[in-house]
Design a protein around this ligand. Structure first.
Ligand code: TYD
Length: 237
């Protein structure tokens, strides 16, 4: 079937009816703006199942998402949206780009969750952008940005709890939002070990894409372990 779009980790196909599209999760992994590429066996299935579980969890707690249902091991059906061209990053501890940019060690607890935005633009290398500039460029309206901030912080609280109950600490993550035809904002894209940093609470082990970025080994195993803990579903999940 004709693709609507192919990204680094997912392919979007037309859906069975108007207003919905099919997302296929690939095993392809990229890092450092696509300079490092490889396949992580089973990653597509893991990310599809984790994203589906998290979208369901968030929806049940009042966060609107694009998720409709799982279609197969590697595919989900989602509402078709217009993606807001911002990467919304929430940080609970210092890590990654933030640590490098400001010269601070990884793992420092931030006094409160920190929101950061990048302008989604491959040609420019997804530069950091501040809210006023995003509004001035017409990437997002003032009202939308307020709503994005509110939703991102709410998602952070919910996901931190969710992973803490599974012995994983949510260090940071990236969200994307989409506009429905009626203008409403929903959480879109994916939420998976590709887009989060998760540290095992007892051992401090990295359980996310940093194992790939930094050649730490055990990449497939870490993704499978996160899926196992997600599916384990404690009573209060
Ligand atoms: P960040 O530290 O900004 O960048 P990097 O991971 O390249 O060092 O990443 C913060 C979190 O957001 C991290 O969990 C990875 C995720 N993220 C993405 O999923 N996609 C992206 O394009 C970026 C920049 C970050």
């Amino acid at each position: 079937m004709d693709k609507l779009y192919e990204g680094k980790a997912k392919i979007i196909y037309p859906g069975p009816e108007e207003g919905v599209v099919r997302v296929y999760f690939k095993d392809d992994a990229t890092a450092f703006n696509g300079q490092k590429r490889a396949q992580i066996a089973g990653k597509g299935a893991v990310n599809n199942r984790i994203s589906a579980a998290l979208f369901r969890y968030l929806e049940a707690r009042g966060v609107p998402t694009h998720f409709v249902r799982e279609l197969s091991e590697r595919e989900m059906l989602v509402k078709q949206v217009q993606i807001v061209p911002l990467e919304v990053i929430v940080r609970n501890r210092t890590a990654g780009t933030f640590s490098r940019r400001y010269g601070v060690e990884e793992g420092r607890v931030l006094p409160e969750p920190l929101l950061e935005f990048s302008y989604k633009n491959d040609a420019l290398g997804d530069p950091l952008i501040y809210g006023e500039a995003a509004i001035a460029l017409g990437l997002v309206t003032d009202e939308e940005l307020s709503r994005i901030r509110e939703l991102a912080l709410r998602v952070n609280g919910l996901l931190r709890d969710y992973f803490a109950r599974r012995g994983l600490e949510l260090v940071d993550f990236k969200l994307e939002f989409g506009r429905l035809p009626d203008g409403g904002l929903v959480l879109a894209d994916e939420i998976s070990p590709d887009t989060m940093r998760l540290w095992e609470m007892k051992t401090g082990e990295k359980m996310d894409k940093d194992r790939f970025r930094r050649d730490l080994g055990g990449v497939e195993e870490a993704y499978q372990e996160v899926l196992r803990r997600v599916l384990e579903a404690p009573a209060s999940a």
